[in-house]
Write a protein that binds this ligand. Structure first.
Ligand SMILES: NC(=O)c1ccc[n+]([C@@H]2O[C@H](COP(=O)([O-])OP(=O)(O)OC[C@H]3O[C@@H](n4cnc5c(N)ncnc54)[C@H](O)[C@@H]3O)[C@@H](O)[C@H]2O)c1
Ligand SMILES: N[C@@H](CCC=O)C(=O)O
Length: 560
């Protein structure tokens, strides 16, 4: 495989901040290193310059359809959540007609793209990875920090490292798929081609991970598909920077259209097209259900059955056994529940803790809570910043106010304050409840709020069993126990309740190539982005049998 890249002129001369290039990656298959951004370092200075630039300049984001850059209107704004009077970018919504035009352009571009050798498409992603690691790294990080409310490290692990990893691992996993060939015999030569799907893919992205925005349209494109990319309204700028770097990496016109748009207008237009081949969605359960229902309503129209891939929400748990390592429960829970304001689909939002050690855990979490700083994303010392927008602020505030009434035996133990005068700030909050069926333990809040149910130690097995089916979700969960017999029993009991399980570790932080990610039940179709089989979801494999000895006999031997 390496020699193929060298033959194609894949050079080492690219400069990246971490020093790891795609050429190195092909030999080592390692994840993109996370930069530290210490004060005064080169990367910190460059990041601060990029933050300064985007803070002072409003960026215009066009629609991209084929070779057109459409900048009419630009009536919509992406604001900075921690300073919501400041505009980061201006953009416009694609109309239904423009989305239809993008479908036509994509269908036109599809045939030549799908016939290109996979290695040539992979090479574009590998070049894109190097651009993301070098020239574009600070643009990606600064736009993600300002637009999506991430602190330095949260932006770096997402917009730089995870994006780069998606590009590189997807490319290599796809090339590895191609190494399989079916058995051929004396009379027939058999082959399997990982053909792209007939039609177009609609890639619908969430706000919370820039890397997911980049992965949803490009993983299908790698496999020979054409994608309509609909970014989230609150991640338009960072997603467009990915579009630009892909263009620089050699992505031809028409393969990806960039279409900020009203969700229902986009959803209705793509599901009414006979040529929809797949939806690659990441976002909330209600939106995915709407899309699925739209597809069902249009089922008689389609040329091919559209594949529906959706990664959705969660109500992720930390289950603590009396033998658990207390510091690790406290640090893991504070990190998982509060970093990025609990806006990771995998964030811990419910904890089951035994009475015997809960006071010690709470003491440690309280110490952490005292040191945590909430503030503007440009302040390098913050742990978390504002939540994404006014709707999120209202939703999370509603849950905190519910807890404040004392319903379900709720008590706000840490945090509980909020203020949206400058930014959508919500303090990291910890609530205890006495009712194990409380909605605070069942519903996804998607904010920096964790709910704890303290159980009697003698009930540990009964509580473990109840966690299994306590919510409709099945995304992530963690068990903390130094008692290995219990740890593995819990792992087996909770097998259907998660797609990613953590033993003695927090429920967030999956890494491409290390923990392929996705959940089941209402958390999604569990296609494991970042894993070796993800590419298969975007192929419509074609099997070809070529016979060298003509078939002339029609009778079976048994007939004689
Ligand atoms: N499981 C995962 O891998 C994963 C990863 C990230 C986020 N998430 C989930 O995503 C959610 C947060 O993201 P969000 O707030 O951006 O989600 P969302 O459902 O509000 O929006 C997701 C996307 O769908 C679009 N949309 C809205 N209505 C639509 C319609 N009718 N048809 C087509 N598209 C439509 C939105 O504009 C946006 O681009 C949380 O529930 C989180 O758990 C899951
Ligand atoms: N891969 C991420 C979650 C993605 C969803 O938001 C994590 O596990 O931290």
């Amino acid at each position: 495989m390496l020699s193929t890249f060298h033959r194609l002129g894949f050079r080492r001369s690219v400069s990246t901040y971490s020093g790891l290039t795609s050429a190195d990656f092909l030999k080592q298959k390692t994840n993109e290193p996370i930069l530290e951004y210490r004060k005064g370092s080169r990367e910190r200075q460059d990041l601060e310059a990029a933050l300064d630039y985007y803070s002072k300049n409003i960026t215009d984001v066009p629609l991209r359809i084929g070779n057109q850059k459409i900048t009419n209107n630009l009536e919509r704004k992406q604001v900075i959540p921690s300073d919501h009077r400041s505009t980061l970018a201006r953009y416009t919504y694609a109309t239904g007609e423009q989305i239809q035009e993008a479908i036509n352009v994509a269908l036109e571009a599809r045939s030549a793209w799908e016939k290109k050798p996979l290695v040539e498409r992979a090479e574009i992603l590998l070049r894109a990875a190097d651009l993301a690691g070098g020239k574009y790294r600070m643009k990606l990080n600064a736009s993600t920090m300002l637009g999506q409310g991430k602190n330095i490290v949260q932006a770096e692990i997402d917009a730089a490292c995870e994006l780069i990893d998606f590009f590189r691992f997807n490319a290599v996993f796809a090339l590895e798929l191609e190494t399989y060939s079916p058995i051929s015999t004396k009379i027939s030569t058999n082959s399997l081609q990982y053909r792209g799907m007939e039609g177009f893919v609609a890639a619908i992205a969430p706000f919370n991970f820039t890397a997911i925005g980049g992965n949803l349209p490009t993983a299908p494109a790698l496999m020979g598909n054409v994608s309509l990319w609909k970014p989230s309204d609150t991640a338009v700028l960072s997603n467009y920077i990915i579009y630009e770097l892909l263009e620089e990496a050699g992505m031809p016109d028409g393969i990806l259209s960039f279409l900020p748009s009203d969700g229902p207008v986009f959803g209705n237009t793509i599901t009414q097209s006979a040529h929809l081949s797949a939806v690659n969605f990441t976002g909330s359960v209600p939106t995915f259900k709407t899309i699925w229902k739209n597809v069902a309503d249009n089922l008689d129209k389609y040329v091919t059955f559209p594949k529906l891939i959706g990664e959705c929400g969660g109500k992720n748990f930390h289950f603590v056994h009396p033998s658990a390592h207390i510091e690790s429960v406290a640090a893991g829970t504070a990190r998982s529940a509060w970093e990025y304001s609990g806006q990771k689909c995998s964030a811990c939002s419910r904890v089951y803790a035994p009475k015997s050690i809960w006071p010690k855990i709470l003491e440690k979490i309280s110490e952490i809570h005292k040191q945590i700083k909430l503030g503007d994303v440009r302040d390098g010392s913050i742990f978390l910043s504002a939540v994404i927008d006014d709707k999120a602020f209202e939703r999370i505030r509603g849950y905190i106010d519910y807890a404040r009434t004392g319903a379900d035996g709720a008590k706000i133990v840490l945090g509980g304050e909020y203020d949206d005068s400058t930014g959508y700030f919500i303090q990291p909050t910890l609530i205890t409840v006495t009712d194990p069926k409380s909605k605070l333990l069942r519903e996804e809040m998607f904010g920096p709020v964790v709910t704890v149910f303290v159980y009697d130690d003698k009930d540990v097995d009964q509580v473990l069993n109840s966690v299994k089916d306590a919510t409709p979700f099945g995304l992530t969960g963690a068990v903390f126990s130094e008692d290995k017999e219990f740890l593995y029993r819990a792992r087996d009991t909770l097998r259907d309740a998660v797609g990613n399980m953590y033993l003695n570790d927090k429920s967030t932080g999956s890494i491409v190539g290390q923990q392929p990610f996705g959940g089941s039940r209402m958390s999604g179709t569990n296609d494991k982005a970042g894993g070796p089989h993800y590419g298969l979801r975007w192929a419509s494999p074609l099997t070809i049998k070529e016979t060298s000895i003509p078939l002339t006999e029609w009778r079976y031997p048994s007939m004689d």
